[in-house]
Design a protein around this ligand. Sequence first.
Ligand SMILES: [Zn+2]
Length: 409
Amino acid sequence: MAANLRARLVGVLAVVGALGILWLAFAWMTGRRTIQTDVHPQALEHISPAAEPERIVVDKRPRNIIVVIADGLGFAHLAAGRAALHGIDGEAVWDSFPIVGWHRSHPAGGLVTDSAAAATALATGHATTPGFVAVNPAGESVETLFERAAARGYRAGVVTDSYVWDATPAAFVTHVNDRDQAAMILQQLASAKLDVLFGELEDVGEGEVPTWSETEAILAERYQLFGPEPVTTEELLAVDAGRQVAAIFEEDQITDLDSRPNLPTLARAALGRIAAIGEPFVLLVESEELDSASHRGDLGRVIRGIEAIETVLADLLEFAERDGDTLVVFTSDHETGALAISTTKGNRTLRAIWGSGNHTAVPVPLMATGPGSELFAGRFTSAQVGQRLIELLRPPASLDDGAEVSADP
Ligand SMILES: [Zn+2]
């Protein structure tokens, strides 16, 4: 009897083993394998620092520029968001952007970027080394979109669901050789001419990161401070126009639409405050959620992140439509996760296949609407996108009368 049982057990194990080997062979045959090949040696030379800046011709410059960066967003994230939130043929909010393109997110001398180099390219028009924030590969500061805007009388605001000294917002306003220099970034944020600074703090008091009270002391020099207690859009809008306002929250306090506050309520307050001043403005809205979710391979969190981004976009596009003189650019800094989307259960369930737990070298989406948006149709490097944003700022002389400008750089 015992021998009989043992024989059956061995038989079952043999079948299970054979099935396992067959499955592995099938997975290998269907492409889930890593193939290595060399990068063409010239390719790395070509993408190293900036080529000659191209000639950009602008027909009409916008009065206001809003840049929305979804950190880690790739085309598969959009496909997943559309299918989960709107159905396979459903209309997503981003479908109303009339101009679409893509850009290659590589840093100077490499293929895979980090958020510091990627944001530096978008904010300054210069490709740089990973870890560098608005400095070129030689370590020299390069002018940012926000700095040139400030010099020309624009108002400026930053909203992020990440920590305020994170590399993406930092590259639009500050210059450091190391993205982890939190104290230095905070000092520079405090002395920048930002009308609005909304976001979180992270790793408070650890390493180079100042404590809460140190951060408050740095920012209170310039800003009226809110947070970490939840604050409403109305409370933020109630502060006198022209007063610089910062709202700083705890780590992961702003994640999805259930958060109080959340990215859409903060973006609404930022737009309301800055538009009420009545002068031209530049506004950066960053969502970090997709990058974090994709590092962890969490499709549900990706979908919730896209839901929040769509809510932000809907508000911004409604403003741009009404205003008629605002450029909105929606893009990503790099793809995260090598995400592929498939379905199971006869199209009823989305299935995510994560090829990586990190950033990848694939091109990322670029969309635009409003005056000057035609400059973003086609394919670019991230640095070219940044050059175009900067070129769209109005020359100082045109600020008073708001006249149309037709000029070469
Ligand atoms: Zn990342």
